[in-house]
Write a protein that binds this ligand. Structure first.
Ligand code: MG
Length: 261
């Protein structure tokens, strides 16, 4: 059956405009990452991101989105995503913290995430971070015109599961543009050669959430924070990318800092 796609396509000029939102989102993420150390509260990290985004003429994309109170999501150890920043939440040596943040510039949204170690972390946790990052890059490499959504999910899943990790099912990446969440849903698991055909002009956020144990999640009573069901740690890496005629283009990137750290 033929079905008309409801995925909004962006023109090359619009993709250039989205790269500005992406650049500021990436800068905010990097600045927060540079401030991660033992003794810092997640509220302090939130303020760093909000101040920077506003100073550079952007709007924090998360603040007020669905009622979310922060500029960043700060999720520590077994927390997977959507942690609300708090003065009471102090980073400890050996923690890992997933920071998710985004900026709106000229009406376009950028969205990105990275998991950082706090001081020195356990080597098994290092491996979880490295593998989750690798799964993100595998997903990005699969985001080519003519491929399908299932190719992205499969690429992410293969890297994570080969290392013995879980891939979160209940949360996924997404299309992004003038609003943060558009069609399509970009799952982190799937079968090759299945799903929507990718085409130039699609802009999506790819964001593997990878767990050391079970991929099952628990939503906490605040209605936001999502944790692993078994209490084992989780990592989250995300970039906003555009599918173009000449390949995939990472939009949440600073020209001088191709990697957040
Ligand atoms: Mg996202």
């Amino acid at each position: 059956m033929l079905r008309r796609s409801s995925v909004p396509l962006k023109t090359p000029d619009e993709i250039d405009a989205m790269a500005e939102a992406g650049r500021l989102s990436a800068k905010a993420l990097r600045k927060v990452g540079e401030a991660v150390k033992p003794g810092v509260s997640t509220a302090e990290l939130d303020e760093i991101a909000e101040t920077l985004i506003r100073e550079e003429g952007g709007i924090p994309a998360f603040k007020g989105y669905g009622g979310f109170p922060g500029t960043i999501c700060a999720s520590i150890n077994d927390e997977i995503v959507h942690g609300i920043p708090s003065k009471q939440r102090i980073l400890q040596e050996g923690d890992i913290i997933s920071i998710d943040t985004g900026a709106i510039v000229d009406g376009w949204v950028g969205d990105n995430a990275w998991t950082y170690g706090v001081g020195t972390i356990d080597s098994n946790w290092e491996k979880l971070l490295a593998t989750t990052e690798e799964s993100l890059w595998a997903g990005i490499a699969a985001a080519q015109s003519g491929n399908r959504l299932g190719d992205i999910g499969h690429a992410v899943q293969k890297v994570a599961e080969r290392a013995g990790y879980g891939v979160v099912r209940e949360y996924a990446g997404h299309g992004i543009g003038r609003v943060m969440h558009e069609e399509p849903t970009v799952r982190n698991y799937g079968r090759p050669h299945t799903g929507l055909v990718l085409q130039p002009g699609m802009v999506i956020a790819i964001e593997p959430m990878v767990t050391m144990g079970t991929y099952r999640t628990v939503l906490q009573p605040d209605g936001w924070l999502v944790c692993t069901r078994d209490g084992l740690p989780s990592a989250h890496f995300e970039k906003t990318v555009a599918i173009t005629d000449s390949g995939v283009r990472v939009l949440t990137e600073e020209p001088d800092y191709p990697r957040p750290l």
